[in-house]
Write a protein that binds this ligand. Structure first.
Ligand code: MN
Ligand code: MN
Length: 467
């Protein structure tokens, strides 16, 4: 190749590079240290409630305190509000007034899982079970024969709330959903993946040891209920007002001989939640504009509900902060920027047919920017304007953040959504960005450590933007 052509290519062509070909060797320990913190965050927060609590614990350790309406709001203040124990909004009040807008990162802390039904407990053939109702988009076949743990709360009529934790502590028993043996699975094996495991077979095995005498009935169910009563003081009717979630009983671990990846439950979207939170907590000085981190619930079922991104809880939080500065919240919103921090699909060579390689996200290429998500003709996407994408390009390049511009998969292959449109609908310029994930929504997902760290750097760049 002539020098001339080489130079011309260098000048005119996009030069995508594996992050490891760009990374300064001195940064590698920072990547590892960051990911160690992230893995501990995952282990501590396997449900939205636990993740919210862990986020608040980390924030308080860095000087954040609960915001109470009417409180004076001063430059440099570090405030947070927890919405019903399931979503968290944090703000580091900037030097500029909120009339100049806020720099927002919004991620979600809920993840696909199996919720208990309101009448969950039953006995069949002298085995006790909990019936479940899946939450979010799961591939049901992935949730059988996987060790599970149970977390959540039972809200009692007297106003007390009992925290349930079965399976997370060392020595705890685990729960499991059984599957057919291959010897008898010939008919099942012919069925499409989506229907081979019906939702009504996702029942958690709870016990097999009866109490009482032979002539008694429901003896295994009674034994299980007795154990639950001893431990938590609850009766069967209390399941009526409970939120109990079965999640994989696995902690985060390194993946690969080179330890370059992390395997865990709930990367979607705690990998972006942690990046958004940690970047905010690590700000060593007061940002120019108010930096806001939103850790939302209910994204996996459409962001509806009182703790979801469509809830007025966010508007209320922002309006309260704006009120303290005498700024109409609509003025703040129209000047604000939001990075909708959510994961994207990483290119998987085993399933190349669903990806469009020229626009796919690759592991180790950094945070994936998505101008739009959605399905088919971009249905359900906020479709950021070119100017907003240019703004983030500049921010990220100036901060030396590794990023790639990507789509989820082939145009006709399917699609997905994020909280982006709900922020954009508020008249906030919004762009999707997040970590590429392998096996997204599986009980055990995989991300690359480098991408986690670059996403953290990206969040930091957003918070620190002067304009
Ligand atoms: Mn997500
Ligand atoms: Mn998801």
């Amino acid at each position: 190749m002539s020098e001339e052509i080489k130079d011309l290519k260098k000048k005119l062509f996009s030069a995508k590079k594996n992050g490891y070909d760009r990374l300064n060797a001195a940064e590698l320990p920072l990547v590892d240290a960051y990911c160690t913190g992230y893995m501990a965050y995952l282990d501590a927060g396997k449900t939205e409630r636990l993740c919210a609590a862990e986020s608040i614990r980390l924030a308080e350790a860095k000087g954040y305190r609960p915001y109470v309406r009417g409180m004076e709001v001063k430059i440099g203040d570090k405030l947070y509000v927890c919405n019903r124990g399931k979503a968290v909004m944090l703000a580091h009040i900037g030097r500029k007034p909120l009339s100049e807008g806020a720099q927002i990162a919004a991620a979600h802390i809920d993840a696909p899982r199996l919720d208990l039904k309101p009448n969950p407990l039953y006995e069949d053939s002298e085995l006790a079970y909990f019936k479940t109702h899946y939450y979010g988009g799961i591939r049901k076949y992935q949730w059988v024969t996987v060790p599970l743990e149970l977390h959540g709360v039972v809200a009692l009529k007297d106003g007390r709330s009992v925290t349930v934790n079965i399976g997370a502590d060392a020595g705890d028993p685990r729960l499991v959903i059984t599957d057919l043996l291959p010897h008898l699975g010939q008919e099942q094996a012919k069925k499409p993946l989506g229907v081979a495991i019906p939702g009504e077979t996702l029942n958690l095995l709870l016990g097999s040891r009866p109490i009482g005498d032979e002539e008694d009935t429901s003896r295994v169910k009674l034994a299980v209920m007795q154990l639950l009563h001893e431990k938590y003081g609850i009766t069967e009717d209390d399941f009526t007002s409970a939120e109990l979630e079965a999640v994989p009983a696995m902690n985060a671990c390194d993946i690969g001989l080179d330890r370059s990846m992390i395997g865990a439950y709930g990367h979607d979207d705690r990998v972006c939640s942690y990046a958004a939170l940690k970047a905010l907590l690590d700000l060593e000085e007061t940002p120019a504009k108010t930096a806001v981190c939103v850790l939302a619930d209910k994204e996996e079922i459409g962001s509806d509900g009182v703790t979801g991104m469509q809830s007025a809880a966010f508007d209320t939080f922002m309006e309260d902060l704006c009120d303290a500065q005498g700024v109409p919240v609509r003025v703040c919103f129209e000047k604000s920027f939001c990075l909708s921090a959510d994961v994207t699909a990483a290119y998987d060579p085993d399933y190349a047919e669903v990806y469009e390689k020229r626009n796919a996200a690759f592991l180790n290429y950094g945070v994936g920017l998505c101008k739009y998500t959605g399905a088919r003709g971009k249905s359900g996407a906020s479709d950021a304007d070119a100017e907003t994408v240019a703004y983030v390009r500049r921010l990220f390049d100036d901060a030396d953040v590794f990023w790639q511009i990507v789509e989820l998969g082939k145009v006709d292959a399917g699609g997905g959504g994020t909280v982006a449109m709900y922020m954009a609908n508020r008249n906030i310029s919004t762009l999707d960005a997040g970590v590429p994930v392998l096996s997204m929504h599986a009980p055990f997902e995989v991300v690359a450590k480098l991408d986690c760290y670059e996403t953290y750097k990206g969040m930091r760049a957003v918070y620190l933007a002067e304009n």
